[in-house]
Design a protein around this ligand. Structure first.
Ligand SMILES: [Zn+2]
Ligand SMILES: [Zn+2]
Length: 342
């Protein structure tokens, strides 16, 4: 089959690799689409431990072979699968499977979705980590299930009250989904911050109250001004930037909540933060990573209901052969979400 191998920073190579076999107890699927995640972009720019492998985890695929002993799945089913977790550790028992120490490793490391074929692990099938996707949902739209589930997970870390002011740094697909879900939480004023005009132009149609271009004006000053000098009740960092993390603390109001949704590159994970702001303003700073199956179900419902207009967020589709072009498009800010179709 054809697959895209992530060979290191700035290097993704499409080539022929041996077809994967259908794992006993698992499924063999034909990839319909796999979207480029911000974390894939971060790996592409700064490298990651997954060098030398097929990456891509926002996948929708059709079952073409059912492994021995599998029940409940048949050829032709459309599936998306979330990371497998152990189900036994204290995190899994608390329902926070996304923090499981065995996450993504139970039964082996799954192959990514930037390929023509993809095996679904037996552990995923057995553990109930495979989601069935209705036949009429366009594949590009279905790729949004995973990132939207992560946004749902992030917003569950925040205590919401109607009318809260929300500043979101990063007007990419993640920032936009945060905006839409914040409105669903009956947020008051919403402010989107980015440093690229193109991004802000696209984001404008999702209805934030204010757009701030952080390359032209100080985003902290802008948010203070737009919130009557008080600072935002909630600040969400939805971009890979240590500067944005520092600014988030500065633009949060007293008793504000700050969500670090995006990680920093593995090679430079340190940010310089004014922790006095956490102390004197009694800020709550929380992190969020990944998602759990329950949030995948909710994400699918939000997409099917049309509340999240997936077609407006997945703005570009490229073929597997053109995956590098897809990464460059996503990086340029000209595209929101880019789906790759084998
Ligand atoms: Zn993702
Ligand atoms: Zn666990």
């Amino acid at each position: 089959m054809k697959a895209a191998i992530f060979e290191g920073p700035g290097k993704i190579v499409v080539r022929e690799v041996p077809d994967p076999a259908c794992p006993p107890g698992g499924l063999l699927t034909k990839v319909e689409a796999c979207a480029i995640c911000g974390s894939d972009l971060r790996a592409y720019e700064a490298g990651s431990k997954h060098q030398g492998t097929i990456i891509g985890h926002e996948t929708i695929a059709t079952v073409i072979e059912v492994g021995e002993g599998v029940q409940g799945f048949k050829v032709g089913d459309r599936v998306a699968d979330c990371p497998v977790t152990c189900g036994k550790c204290k995190y899994c028992e608390a329902g926070s499977n996304n923090l499981c120490l065995q996450r993504g490793r139970v039964g082996g490391r799954p192959q990514g979705g930037f390929a023509e074929l993809r095996p679904v692990l037996a552990s995923a099938v057995k553990g109930g980590f495979v989601l069935k996707v209705p036949g009429d949902l366009p594949p590009e739209h279905a790729t949004l299930i995973e990132p939207l589930a992560c946004v749902i997970n992030g917003q569950e870390k925040i205590v919401w009250r109607p009318g809260v002011s929300v500043a979101i740094i990063g007007a990419g697909p993640i920032g936009i989904m945060h905006l839409l879900l914040a409105k669903r939480q009956r947020a008051g004023k919403t402010i989107l911050v980015d440093i690229k005009d193109g991004r802000l132009d696209v984001a404008a149609k999702f209805g934030p109250d204010h757009l701030v271009n952080g390359s032209r004006e100080d985003p902290v000053e802008a948010v203070m001004r737009l919130t009557g000098g008080e600072g935002a009740d909630i600040v969400i960092v939805a971009c890979v930037s240590a500067t944005a993390q520092a600014q988030a603390l500065e633009m949060a109001g007293r008793m504000g909540q700050v969500l670090f949704f995006a990680g920093l590159p593995e090679t430079s994970p340190t940010a310089v933060l004014n922790t006095n702001l956490i102390h004197y303003h009694e800020l709550r700073v929380v992190g969020a990573r990944s998602s759990v199956k329950r949030q995948w179900d909710e994400a699918l419902d939000l997409i099917l209901s049309g509340y999240i207009d997936a077609g407006a967020i997945v703005t570009h589709t490229v073929s597997l052969d053109d995956i590098v072009e897809g990464f460059e498009l996503a990086r340029s800010g000209k595209a929101l979400k880019v789906a790759v179709k084998p």
